[in-house]
Design a protein around this ligand. Structure first.
Ligand code: GTP
Ligand code: MG
Length: 295
């Protein structure tokens, strides 16, 4: 009688510099868009747990903020999150954009995205838009890495191979979460993130970084319509003017985009009200960062 493979389960941390594609890979593996993704670096501000349940394994994925070089309390907090994820995982996946090559993996490792003894898999991302002949990466034997592989989270090429490389290195264990669970975060937090994603996409340059989003009301009493009220916090009055826009045009655009995304997440109609609030120094107070979910 052929024996079933043993069930494996454990934590896989996705680490690397901003914009390499950690959140996109996370969503592709979880099979739902839980993590927000934008073309701008430093999109992710929190440790997000996502669950990928496979036939004989469960990957508990941790999406992390990209490694930050700033010195503000927000940057410190984000770097701490990535460090904690690296220390507490069974497999550390260090991602680098294939277009920038091997140096980015080295930099991420040097910057502290090291695992506390867990095997490290180096992952070259965005293979679909990398040059035909990407820069050569050294073989794992020379680097102490458990494996080196490449993939595209967008086209899903190489995704199954990456999952298999992780599973192989996870401990034998029953599933850690129920098979139908996808994340440890409440829907209201995920909704706040989708508002932040819309703002990142609509606003130019530096402004998105001065902005936080807090969902202050999330009413699911009606089965066919969820009411969401969210505040967009900005640090300066001048920023408030830009986020509201002439005649409210900008906040309206952000709202339309965010509502579409929240409706997809919840699978119902959504009524979304957005307010722009001036809250100086939100990014400087550790307790405030925590209450906003950036921990
Ligand atoms: N073509 C292509 N684009 C990708 C792929 N993966 C990510 N991207 C794009 O790269 C940009 C950054 O992706 P994210 O997933 O937000 O990157 P991240 O590493 O989570 O970034 P931070 O949260 O800022 O650290 C987005 O515009 C993505 O759409 C891929 O496999 N192919
Ligand atoms: Mg991200």
């Amino acid at each position: 009688m052929a024996s079933e493979p043993e069930h494996r389960a454990g934590v896989v941390a996705l680490l690397g510099r901003p914009n390499v594609g950690k959140s996109t890979l996370f969503n592709a593996l979880v099979g739902e868009k839980l993590a927000i993704v934008t073309p701008k670096p430093q999109t992710t501000r929190s440790r997000l747990l996502g669950i990928a349940t496979l036939p004989h394994a469960q990957l508990v994925l941790i999406d992390t903020p990209g490694w930050q070089q700033g010195t503000q309390p927000l940057h410190d907090a984000l770097n701490r999150l990535a460090e904690q994820a690296a220390r507490g995982c069974d497999v550390a996946a260090v991602l680098a954009d294939l277009r920038s090559g091997w140096g980015e993996v080295e930099a991420a490792l040097a910057a502290g995205a090291r695992s506390g003894g867990a095997p490290v898999i180096a992952v070259g991302t965005q293979r679909d838009r990398a040059p035909a002949a990407p820069p050569a990466w050294p073989p794992p034997a020379e680097t102490g890495l458990a494996a080196v592989l490449t993939l595209s989270a967008r086209t899903r090429e190489g995704l199954a191979e990456f999952a298999a490389a992780c599973v192989e290195r996870l401990p034998v264990s029953p599933p850690l979460f129920p098979a139908d669970e996808l994340s440890d975060r409440p829907l209201r937090f995920l909704a706040a993130e989708l508002v932040r994603e819309a703002a990142f996409q609509e606003l130019a340059q530096e402004l998105p970084y001065a902005l936080a989003v807090e969902v202050v009301e999330f009413d699911e009493k009606r089965a066919d319509l969820v009411r969401v009220r969210a505040d967009l916090l900005v640090e300066r009055i001048s920023q408030k003017k830009i986020v509201v826009g002439a005649g409210g045009a900008m906040i309206k655009r952000i709202g339309i985009r965010a509502r579409r995304e929240i409706e997809m997440l919840l699978g119902t109609k959504v009524h979304l009200d957005l307010f722009v609030k001036h809250e100086p120094g939100w990014a400087k107070r550790p307790n405030r960062l925590k209450s906003l979910g950036y921990y």
